[in-house]
Design a protein around this ligand. Structure first.
Ligand code: UD1
Ligand code: CA
Length: 426
């Protein structure tokens, strides 16, 4: 088991936002959340330290609500990545195992790669391993400087690199694994004599080499995994990359996605084979969609949606925290929230489950049993149950339970006044 340190104290000036960088979201999950999940899903990490600084209280509160087991460690002021990691030393004074360190702004990193990285580090017997990737245009990223025999010499930040080093295409991903006991003394030796006047974490490599320790490099197969986010342009690009990775996975698994370019599917959505997703759908949060379903065009799933097989969710239908059994259709202009819907139900066009009471701010549940037919433009006011086989006449406003196989009608009878128009005209 290893311990992790995630660096999340930086300001993220270029985000131009009131929200700290690591709390920006893709599919409503924060950048920090993605990194924590990737590390913990390896099953190899038993403790998380998160370095907080800029708007520390907000990040700490987020951790308390969502990752209560992660320990925030305050870095104030923020004097660089080396300084950030050294803040965790008091918590790990007597620790002798491995520590993995990650930048907090790389949401595309996968648990598989982190796991392979840790296993590579352990199997090579290195004291320090750095994750690298190859970029055609390495820009501001730190360069991996190798010796003639291919071994790792050092990392040079772009701002400190000479013209020859600037040409290097292999860059530092910002993920490190180290033997804590052996590398810890490096932090006391970091200096700020560099272009940015900061304590660079990357200087621990040079230190390790000078002290006869073994430093190694692990190169990522997919460079997109360490796509770092410094601006909203990059945030949008990371979301696109994550979405396209998710869509490719579903297509490979036999889901039919008509237009990947306009389809958004959160990474936490499961979809069965032979389901068809039509263009312009937004599927957010955690959902489970069965096989042979038809979704969209223009459908919005907001999380907590469980669809059995052969369910149809059509255009302009919004679904949230709702379970729907097989062969049920909600084809047009509908909102289904906090509901449990049976099999073979027909939800007419324009049906709304009114689940929210704005006075009490409470949400209530709607239960619709098997074989129910709901006429168009009905409002089902929760909490309410419509028992098996009941029919709701069009424009029903359902405020109390409807028994099995009953017909519920709430509209006034149609009145036809013959020749009414003609009479008005004379
Ligand atoms: C860093 C690496 C660079 C690498 C790049 C990968 C250093 C010196 N450079 O550069 O080699 O190619 O990441 O993306 O490490 N942070 C703190 N406290 C601080 C400063 C930063 O917690 O005092 C956190 C930030 O919140 C961020 C991470 O550390 O999550 C990286 O900081 P950032 O300033 O983005 O480093 P880069 O310049 O991108
Ligand atoms: Ca960065």
């Amino acid at each position: 088991m290893v311990k992790s340190i995630i660096m999340a104290a930086g300001k993220g000036t270029r985000m131009k936002s009131d929200t700290p960088k690591v709390l920006h979201t893709i599919f409503e999950k924060t950048l920090l959340g993605y990194v924590l999940d990737a590390v913990n899903k390896t099953g190899l990490c038993d403790e998380n330290f998160v370095i907080v600084g800029h708007q520390a209280e907000r990040v700490e509160e987020y951790l308390k609500d969502n990752y209560p087991f992660a320990k925030p460690v305050l870095q104030s002021p923020q004097l660089g990545t080396g300084h950030a990691v050294s803040m965790a030393i008091p918590y790990l004074k007597d620790y002798t195992g491995e520590v993995i360190i990650l930048n907090g702004d790389i949401p595309l990193i996968t648990a598989d790669s982190v796991k392979e990285f840790i296993e590579f580090h352990t199997s090579t017997g290195a004291d320090l391993t750095v994750m690298s990737a190859l970029f055609e245009e390495p820009g501001n990223l730190g360069r991996i400087v190798r010796n003639k025999d291919g071994s790792l010499d050092s990392i040079v930040e772009a701002k400190d690199a000479n013209s020859e080093q600037k040409e290097i295409k292999e860059i530092n991903a910002g993920v490190y694994c180290l033997n804590w006991e052996k590398i810890m003394p490096a932090f006391a030796n970091l200096k700020t004599n560099n272009a940015q006047g900061e304590y660079y974490l990357t200087d621990i490599i040079k230190w390790a080499n000078e002290n006869g320790l073994k430093a190694n490099v692990y190169t990522l197969k997919d460079k997109n995994e360490i796509y770092g986010i410094n601006s909203k342009v990059e945030l949008a690009e990371a979301a696109r990359l994550l979405n396209s990775r998710t869509i490719t996975k579903h297509l490979t698994n036999g889901v039919e996605i008509i237009d990947p370019a306009t389809t958004w599917i959160s990474p936490e959505t499961e979809i069965g084979a032979d389901t068809v997703i039509y263009p312009s759908c937004y599927i957010n949060g955690k959902n489970k969609i069965g096989s042979h379903c038809k979704i969209g065009p223009f459908a919005h799933l907001r999380g907590g949606v469980i669809l059995e097989d052969y369910v149809k969710i059509g255009n302009f239908v919004e679904v949230k925290k709702t379970t729907i059994k097989s062969h049920t259709n909600a084809c047009h202009l509908t909102y289904l929230g906090d509901s449990e819907i049976g099999a073979n139900v027909n939800v007419g066009a324009g049906t709304i489950t009114a689940n929210f009471n704005p006075l009490t701010r409470e949400k209530s549940k709607t239960v619709i049993k098997d074989n129910v037919k709901i006429g168009s433009n009905s409002v089902i006011v929760a909490p309410v149950t419509i028992e098996e086989g009941a029919n709701i006449g069009a424009v029903g406003v359902i405020t109390k339970d409807v028994p099995a196989w009953a017909l519920a009608i709430t509209r006034s009878p149609l009145k036809v006044l013959e020749n009414w128009v003609k009479r008005k005209l004379h």
